[in-house]
Design a protein around this ligand. Structure first.
Ligand code: FAD
Length: 404
């Protein structure tokens, strides 16, 4: 009788965007993959709507697309068939004029993608692979990184125990895996909030006389209302709506306590957005929707021996102004496997060599850190660019157009 090959086992903590993509990479290489998620099945719409507090749509760029394509399963094509290309910024000035600023050459663009759809497709792909087990409603509570022994708890308080060769922490900004690595290594760690927060609003589709719907504003742009100390942006959705995000100093959010105060701000600075969002909906959404905070997290190293590593927001959280948090997280996975594959440790069928694995994880921490820090810093810088610097450019562009 043929002896069954013993597969290496990885526990991926977090079935968010980065964890679910990682599970496909591991599975493709023959690992026995356990993908754990503390939330209920995010593919069920009622769960997603209830639980998701973060941005509804995201900008997917080449960095993220490359990582999707490297799965070899056509994930890039699948996702790109469900995005809206944004070829430039559309600057809305105080007078309601709109000026387009191209991102690059005519064929170059970023893409607006629905977070729920993307996460769902990634989890569906992972779950369709025979060597992946997706386990929802299991929260990592404890891990002994030396032995790879993990304890999870279900919402009913039941404990479940697993033993794995590698712990892969994709458990987001408040990562428990990062906390465990921190206890065992000389990890440098910094976390800093900015004094600005955000609130999401919606521009619904326009209803035409025929009863059909259309976009209120050009769908192939990322719309920006730059107001120097703050800004609003809008990204298109496939249902012809836009998700707007108002980014502003926390003082502004704190000072708006009544409908009149909200309308005073919008009438003064964002007047053209009022009919797009609708006055009633604007008031309702503003006072109902959560106000999110924004921070940067940097740390190093990302690993413990050959036993555990963190990726995505668990390893680096950045403010969203460069639209690169998820994209960089996807790139983490690509870079991680480049190193693992080169060493031979990428294959789930190759026996675990802890010292080789440790040198791979060490190489990953060392080579990935400078790039990640650069993106975090660029993201902070781009807030100034988006809320202020683009204005003078748009002014010049308009003047140039007027002169033609
Ligand atoms: P997460 O998406 O946070 O997923 C972590 C998962 O782990 C979650 O599902 C969580 O439930 C689970 N988990 C946590 N702890 C445990 C545990 N103990 N046990 C089991 N499961 C656990 N990025 C872009 O690239 N482009 C953009 O345009 C963009 N726009 C953004 C706009 C805003 C307003 C914000 C806030 C962020 C934006 N980002 C953007 C950043 C992007 O959202 C994040 O970088 C991305 O979600 C990180 O993915 P992740 O999988 O690492 O973490």
């Amino acid at each position: 009788m043929e002896k069954e090959i013993e597969r290496k086992r990885v526990a991926i903590i977090g079935a968010g965007l980065v964890g679910s993509l990682s599970s496909v990479y591991f599975a493709h290489r023959g690992w026995d993959v356990l993908l754990f998620e503390k939330r209920p099945d995010i593919r069920k719409k009622e769960n997603f709507a209830k639980l998701e507090k973060r941005s509804i749509n995201l900008a997917l760029s080449q960095r993220g697309i490359s990582a999707l394509s490297r799965t070899g399963l056509g994930l890039d094509k699948l996702i790109l068939s469900k995005v809206i290309p944004m070829k430039g910024r559309m600057i809305h000035d105080l007078g309601g004029n709109q000026v387009s600023q191209a991102y690059g050459l005519p064929h170059q663009h970023i893409n607006s993608v629905d977070r729920g759809m993307l996460n769902e497709e990634l989890v569906n792909t992972a779950a369709s692979l025979p060597n992946v087990t997706v386990i929802f409603e299991q929260e990592l509570k404890q891990c002994d990184l030396d032995s790879g022994s993990l304890t999870f708890s279900s919402p009913e308080g039941q404990e479940h125990h697993y033993k794995v060769d590698l712990v892969f922490g994709a458990d987001g900004v408040h990562s428990r895996v990062r906390g465990e690595i921190m206890k065992k290594t000389r990890m440098d760690y910094s976390q800093s909030f900015i004094d600005h927060g955000y609130c999401e609003l919606t521009i619904p589709p326009k209803v035409l006389e025929t009863g059909e719907t259309d976009y209120e504003i050009d769908p192939n742009h990322l719309h920006i209302w730059p107001r120097h100390s703050y800004m609003m942006i809008a990204l298109p959705n496939l249902d012809k709506s836009f998700t707007c995000t108002l980014f502003a100093p926390l003082d502004i959010f704190d000072s708006i306590k009544t409908e009149a105060q909200l309308m005073e701000l919008f009438e003064k600075d964002l007047a053209d957005a009022i009919p797009l969002i609708g006055r009633e909906a604007l008031v309702k959404e503003y006072f109902t929707n959560p106000k999110g905070s924004l921070m940067t997290i940097k740390c190093k190293p990302y690993h413990f021996k050959g036993r555990a590593v963190i990726v995505g927001d668990a390893a680096h959280c950045m403010v969203p102004f460069y639209g690169q948090g998820m994209n960089a997280g996807f790139e983490d996975v690509e870079k991680f496997f480049d190193i693992l594959d080169k060493s031979g440790q990428g294959s789930g069928a190759s026996p675990t060599d802890l010292s080789l694995m440790e040198s791979c994880l060490d190489e990953y921490s060392t080579t990935r850190h400078p790039d990640v820090v650069a993106i975090c810093d660029l993201a902070l810088h781009n807030y100034v660019e988006m809320r202020s610097s683009v204005v003078s450019f748009s002014y010049l562009a308009r003047k140039r157009l007027e002169a033609i």
